[in-house]
Structures are given as structure tokens and as C-alpha cells.
Design a binder for this molecule. Sequence first.
Ligand SMILES: [Zn+2]
Length: 257
Amino acid sequence: MTLSVEIVPLLADNYGYLLVDGRTGTTAFVDPAEAAPVVARVRARGGRLDWILLTHHHGDHVAGTAELVAAFGAKVAGAAADAHRLPPLDRALAEDDRFELGAASARVLATPGHTTGHVSYLFEESGDLFCGDTLFVMGCGRLIEGDAEAMWRSLAKLAALPPATRVWCGHEYTLANARFALSLDPENEALRARAVEVERLRMAGRPTVPSTIGEERATNPFLRAGEPAIRARMGTVGASAVEAFAAVRRAKDRFRG
Ligand SMILES: [Zn+2]
């Protein structure tokens, strides 16, 4: 195993991730929404934390950063575009930069839409994607700063990754996302089977991450906004791919399922 990933649930429904490069022991934490559970987990593993990787500037992704820096001397990496509103960065990253975690290496993907400076981290060798609030399991982030076109481009970039790529997202929103997905795409057998599976996982108190890019392409209504059945339901037959996506995003914002 080149890169191990441990899920650390934070706050009400956030996920942070503890990454360890198996060859060097170099350790990072992705999106520390709060410090205490992360400090406990890092101490339990021997007290090494070399890096904090930030996907975007929202408080529920960065609030634990200062305390982790103080506790472990970790360095901080995040988007150069948002350096002015992220915790102080030791590495400021942009599209296609490489981030080395020991012998593991991530490609930085600019994935704006939820925020303008949002980045994702793709560890290509192990096939692990940390995409914050861009792509969720059967969902996507709200368009808080970016527009539909920016988010659609970001999602298309992620959807084009190898299907086996594991998707480690920023929140456990999956049950609500599945209800919305079923409302648009009720004949989709892959979606129906998956909705049953995620219900079972949540009933057992287990996370629904990681997903994979292949599963998302088969079941995520935002990635499938251009499918004929969804276009017909949304009234976007003949509309552009961006318009079709924007209509699904607006429908989700209104959805009370
Ligand atoms: Zn956010």
C-alpha cells in the first residue's frame, strides 16, 4: 500500500482524512474542520503530522489548522488563489502543481465552483482523490461563489479520471443526495441498488466514502445531467450541458425530500 487513508469524522457531517505514505511514514491531514479529534488520532499513531492539505477556505475545512500546526509543527498547503483567506500557507498550489507527500505524489486540480479557489488533490499512483466540497457521493457542492459553468467544468474534469479512482469528499450528505437522485433518475438500476447500499451503511453507522469515479458516473445526477431521462424530467432537452447541469443544481437547492 503506497498511501493509506483513514477517515476521521469531524463536526456534524464533515470528513477529514489522515494520509500516511507507507514508504516513508510521511503523514498529512486533509481539511481539519476541528482540532481535537485529529490531535487524538495523530497521537494514537505516534504523533507525526507533516502536512495539512486544505481544499478550500470555509471554516468547516480549516478551523483546526492553527492548533495542529502548534501541536505537531505541521506545514500547510492550499490554493495560491486563496492564500489571502486561508491559514498561512507553506506551499501555495495551483492547477497541475505536484505535491510530494514523502514518496507519494499528488497532482493539484483547480476545481472552482463551490468557491473560486477550491482545489482537489489527486494521488494518481494509488488512485485517491480528495475533492472537498466539489464532488460528493451522488451530489456536488453548492455554487456559493462560482457559477454553474465553473462547477460543470470542475465536475467534468473529475468525471474524466480513471473509473477506479476513489472519491474522498468533504461531507457525509449521501442519504439526502440519494433521495434527490432517485427523484430525477428513478429508473436507474445502478442508482437504486446504490441507494439501498448506502442506507444499509448509514444504518450501521458506517461512512459512505470512498465512492469511485465510476460509481459517480453511473449514479450522480449532476454528472448525469445530460442523460436523456434526466433532461426529459428537467425540461432541458436541447439545452447545453452547462444549462442542463445548472437546472439540476437549482432543483437540488429547492428539493425538500
Ligand atoms: Zn465549503
